[in-house]
Design a protein. Structure first.
Length: 393
């Protein structure tokens, strides 16, 4: 197995000088007192082995050290500890507008940025039209880039980086700035890179994209490599153990708490507790609650969203004409979805209990319960629609 990227004991620390600007007096006093600088470790004790031709996604909360790791691999940041070895030409798009001079035009910056990346000027001249057309900036190419939008910056920078035809492509979250059409262009180009056996490492918060394109995923948190492995396993661990806990999702919990949901347990069709289900199978959610006073005609509800926050479906006992006369004390409500028509992906379940007239929210947990769906079929999409085919001569 040929490794494209290998790192051992990789770490990057920065000196923390405090909020106030450094002064001559402060520096002298620090030297006299021999007081050491405080260190902040952006990344620490990270070991990486990425085989040639692999596409790797890097996920984690903001400030976890993802961009620092890409900078260390690219060589734009010097490691404090450890070392990185790479094999092949590297092209990177790590920062919005990196290598661009704001007072130069887009045309001039294409040649400037290409020179920084090591692309010969004659090659850029031959490929100039292709670069501009890919970026979609033909009518703005002679405008100073200081007047460009953030999306225009990214499109031009990514177009130049691709022309380097690298063996290793490093991409940070900057692609999220582009519009949908440009993102689709970039993803198509990434597919071409994969077919050519190139190595790709990209940082993103778009978990659906990570699961679709990556061979494996790294989870970085607090500057440490927490987990590395199959996309579905790592992403689900991230959703369940980190994103909910640190508030990265639209996690909300509110209500009067006259009725309180104590817990919610996911069960498969055999009654075993799980958080991963088969598409087309059965998913049961057992909701244990406690009513601290008698509640007349309560309504239990739920909704499901994708990992990217897209609303899939929602309903409640009132809509489904399942009236509950009253509740008091502890009890259990069971939600059964049979068949589960969702396709492969990561999802979030929201649960609520409110009054019949919707005027009182007793307890609501929004995006609180993550679960995953696996699908063995090859049909694409978000969910399966029951359908039949009929052919007539």
């Amino acid at each position: 197995m040929t490794l494209a990227i290998e790192a051992e004991n990789l770490g990057k620390a920065y000196k923390v000088q405090g909020m106030a600007p450094p002064t001559l007096l402060g520096t002298c006093m620090r030297l006299i007192n021999r007081k050491p600088w405080e260190r902040f470790w952006a990344l620490r004790d990270v070991d990486i082995k990425i085989p040639k031709g692999t596409t790797v996604g890097v996920i984690g909360p903001n400030g976890s050290g993802k961009s620092s790791m890409l900078g260390l691999i690219a060589g734009t940041i010097t490691p404090t500890t450890g070392n990185v070895r790479t094999q092949g030409r590297i092209s990177s798009l790590l920062e919005l507008g990196a290598g661009f001079h704001p007072d130069l035009t887009g045309r001039e910056n294409v040649f400037l940025n290409a020179a920084i990346l090591g692309i010969p000027r004659e090659f850029v001249r031959k490929r100039f039209d292709h670069i501009v057309d890919f970026a979609g900036l033909r009518e703005f190419i002679d405008m100073p880039v200081k007047h460009y939008s953030s999306g225009m910056y990214v499109r031009l920078g990514f177009s130049v980086a691709l022309e380097m035809n690298p063996d290793i492509l490093l991409v940070d979250e900057v692609l999220a700035v582009g519009d949908m059409a440009f993102q689709m262009q970039c993803l198509d180009r990434i597919r071409q890179f994969q077919k050519q056996g190139k190595t790709l490492v990209f940082v993103t918060h778009a978990l659906e994209t990570v699961e679709q394109f990556c061979d494996e995923v790294m989870l970085i948190h607090d500057g440490k490599l927490i987990m590395q492995g199959a996309p579905s396993d790592v992403i689900f661990n991230y959703l369940k153990s980190y994103m909910v806990r640190i508030g990265m999702l639209n996690v909300e919990e509110h209500g009067t708490r006259d009725v309180e949901m104590l817990d919610a347990t996911f069960l498969d069709e055999m009654g075993n507790e799980t958080a991963t289900f088969e598409s087309g199978g059965v998913m049961t959610v057992e909701i244990r609650y406690k009513a601290y006073k008698r509640i007349e005609k309560p309504v239990f509800g739920f909704n499901i969203k994708t990992g990217n926050g897209f609303y899939v479906f929602g309903s409640n006992t009132q809509m489904e004409k399942v009236p509950i006369d009253s509740i008091e004390g502890e009890g259990t409500m069971r939600l059964r979805i049979d068949p589960l028509t969702l396709k492969k992906g990561n999802f979030f379940l929201s649960l609520s209990i409110h009054s019949w007239d919707h005027s009182v929210q007793y307890h609501r947990r929004e995006d609180w319960h993550p679960f995953a769906v696996k699908d063995l079929s090859e049909t694409p999409g978000l969910m399966r629609l029951n359908h039949t085919w009929e052919h007539r001569e």
